[in-house]
Design a protein around this ligand. Structure first.
Ligand code: SF4
Length: 179
C-alpha cells in the first residue's frame, strides 16, 4: 500500500473555476501524482471526503449541504486549504448577502424572465440555503489560504508542494492571479 501523502479536493458553492485551474496543471498533475495520492480530484469530486493529509476546499458555504461537507473535510484532513477567493472571502456567491435570502430567491426564480416555472423551488430533498453566504473560515479552522479567482495552476502546484514539504505556502505576488 502507498505511503504517499493523500490529497483531496472538494467543491462547495462556487463556479468550479478553481478546479478547472487545477486541471490546467497538465503535466504538473503527473508530478503531483508522483508526490501524492489524489484520493478525490476535480474529476472524482465527492461529497463524502476521505481521510487525507491535505484537503483543498473550493467555494463558499451557501447551504446546509456545503456546511456538512465542510465539517467532514475538517474532521478528516490534517491540513485544510481555502482554495480560491470564494473559500477565502465569500467572493461571488457572497454577493447575495447584500439583500435578504427571500429577496434573492424572489429575484432569481420569480422576477427573472429566464426562470422556467416562476416559482421558488422548495422541498425537503433540496439543501436549505443559509441566510448568509460565508467563507469557510467562518465555520472551521483553516490552515492555509490560496487566494485567486481562480488561483493559477502554478500557484496551486507551488502551494501543494510546499504543504507536502511541511511548509506553509507563501506564494510570491506574481503567482497570484485575478482573471
Ligand atoms: Fe469560481 Fe473564482 Fe470562486 Fe474559484 S474563486 S470558484 S474561480 S468564482
Amino acid at each position: 500500500m502507498s505511503d504517499k501523502p493523500k490529497i483531496a479536493t472538494v467543491w462547495l458553492g462556487g463556479c468550479s473555476g478553481c478546479h478547472m485551474s487545477l486541471l490546467d496543471l497538465d503535466e504538473g498533475l503527473l508530478d503531483l501524482a508522483k508526490a501524492a495520492t489524489i484520493t478525490a480530484s476535480p474529476i472524482t469530486d465527492i461529497k463524502e471526503p476521505p481521510e487525507v493529509d491535505v484537503c483543498l476546499v473550493e467555494g463558499a458555504v451557501c447551504n446546509t449541504d456545503n456546511l456538512e461537507v465542510l465539517r467532514k473535510c475538517r474532521e478528516r484532513a490534517k491540513i485544510l486549504v481555502a482554495f480560491g477567493d470564494c473559500a477565502c472571502f465569500g467572493n461571488i456567491p457572497a454577493m447575495r448577502n447584500f439583500i435578504s435570502l427571500e429577496e434573492t430567491l424572489q429575484r432569481g426564480y420569480v422576477d427573472t424572465e429566464s426562470t422556467a416555472s416562476g416559482e421558488v423551488p422548495r422541498g425537503e430533498e433540496l439543501p436549505a440555503l443559509l441566510e448568509k453566504v460565508q467563507p469557510i473560515s467562518y465555520y472551521v479552522k483553516v490552515d492555509a489560504s490560496l487566494p485567486g479567482c481562480p488561483p493559477s495552476a502554478e500557484a496551486i502546484l507551488f502551494a501543494v508542494k510546499e504543504l507536502l514539504s511541511g511548509r506553509l505556502p507563501k506564494p510570491e505576488g506574481e503567482l497570484l492571479r485575478y482573471d
